[in-house]
Design a binder for this molecule. Structure first.
Ligand SMILES: Cc1ncc(COP(=O)(O)O)c(C=O)c1O
Length: 377
């Protein structure tokens, strides 16, 4: 295996400071309420097999970048779903089913959300219909089917699968559980975001260090908004919020730049499939347009190497299984540190306690193996 020190040459693609930044706890908790956040924790923490996911340290990377700490929240251990998404969809299913046994749940998904919904339905003995586009891998479909759901493949992209899901759900009176909020659809996505805030509740008990920077991956922004709401509720000090996206799917950066929700055109789907989104969800937009300090974008090229570095203990003392979406926080942290100007601008220094979210493990086993072997070359 080649030396890994080459990461000191890594670069990000775009960096944008948010000119409208203003983190206000009341504003955020008015959108994602403290009550809904508390309810989510009270419900999910009672589920069988619930336990905090590990808060690991990337000690070796930290030594190299000369920060104080780099924490890695390892969501590969989240129930048996291998992703933070287990906290969202499954919780929303529980809430909307209200203990009824005769309802049918439906959802459209790029992968992990559908798994969470299918698992949530199975836990409660409910039937479940999951719609996927032609781009969702067979591997991911199999993982959803393992939880007893019927998977319906739809020609075209995610939007097509969502439209078909809406059409058939209306016709058959199925209950849709989506994680993307729009003007007329906010309650269920709010539940999913409240579920994601549990990561911060756990972290607030897992370290006595004040976190100074959080790197948050974004697709439609649900995870980032849920974490920000957790910060507003549970953290005593407000860290810098850094939003990370694939450079070909930078809908958060573009929206913040133009101060309005922007739909972008994705020319090439990112390997970070869960984050390859062309438009933000509405509630996350209202949260992130103020709470994000800055946005950064990275390309796919460093993903395999980062997967391999995590696995082969190049960043930490322990081996970590991190899938494609677990890598961009690390890639952007390294790239920002490599640029003295941005490093200074966002105060990354020997006092920094950085948090990156390892949001998925080998959720797609086949892709994970491919990335690992490519990254080791
Ligand atoms: C597997 C996976 N899917 C999706 C996302 C994006 O979440 P959201 O669409 O809520 O921003 C992430 C993390 O950013 C992820 O790790």
């Amino acid at each position: 295996m080649k030396s890994f020190d080459s990461y000191r040459k890594w670069k990000y693609t775009k960096f944008l400071s948010n000119k409208n930044y203003s983190f206000n706890r009341n504003y955020i908790l008015n959108i994602i309420s403290s009550k809904i956040i508390t309810d989510a924790f009270n419900s999910i923490s009672k589920w069988k097999y619930y336990k905090k996911t590990p808060l690991l340290k990337l000690e070796k990377l930290n030594k190299n970048l000369k920060l104080n700490n780099i924490f890695y929240k390892d969501e590969s251990k989240r129930f048996h779903l291998k992703s933070f998404k287990a906290l969202g969809g499954a919780y929303a299913v529980e809430k909307i089913s209200k203990k009824k046994k005769n309802i049918i749940i439906s959802s459209a998904t790029a992968g992990n959300h559908g798994r969470s919904v299918a698992w949530g339905a199975q836990r409660l003995g409910l039937q479940c219909k999951i719609f996927v586009s032609q781009y969702v891998s067979e591997e991911r479909v199999k993982e959803i089917e393992k939880f007893g759901a019927d998977v319906i493949r739809v020609k075209g992209n995610y939007e097509n699968s969502l439209n078909e899901c809406k059409k058939l759900s209306k016709k058959n009176n199925w209950n849709i559980v989506q994680d993307v909020s729009t003007k007329n659809y906010s309650y269920v996505p709010l539940l999913t975001m409240a579920g994601y805030s549990i990561m911060i509740k756990e972290i607030s008990k897992q370290t006595t260090h004040y976190i100074t920077h959080i790197f948050l991956q974004a697709g439609v922004g649900g995870m980032a908004a849920g974490v920000v709401a957790g910060v507003a509720k549970y953290f005593k000090r407000v860290p810098k919020i850094i939003i990370v996206e694939p450079d070909g799917a930078d809908c958060v950066l573009q929206s913040i730049k133009s101060k309005s929700l922007k739909k972008i055109k994705i020319k090439k789907e990112s390997i970070m499939g869960g984050m390859s989104c062309n438009e933000m969800s509405l509630i996350p937009w209202h949260v992130l347009k103020k709470a994000s300090d800055c946005c950064v974008t990275v390309n796919d090229s460093k993903v395999p190497k980062t997967v391999a570095m995590l696995k082969d203990k190049k960043l930490s003392k322990r081996s970590i299984i991190g899938g494609e979406c677990a890598t961009p926080g690390i890639i952007s942290l390294i790239s920002l540190c490599n640029n003295p100007k941005t490093k200074k601008l966002i105060n990354l220094n020997e006092k920094s306690n950085v948090l990156v979210i390892g949001c998925e493990g080998n959720a797609d086993v086949k892709l994970y193996k491919q990335l690992l072997s490519k990254g080791r070359k």
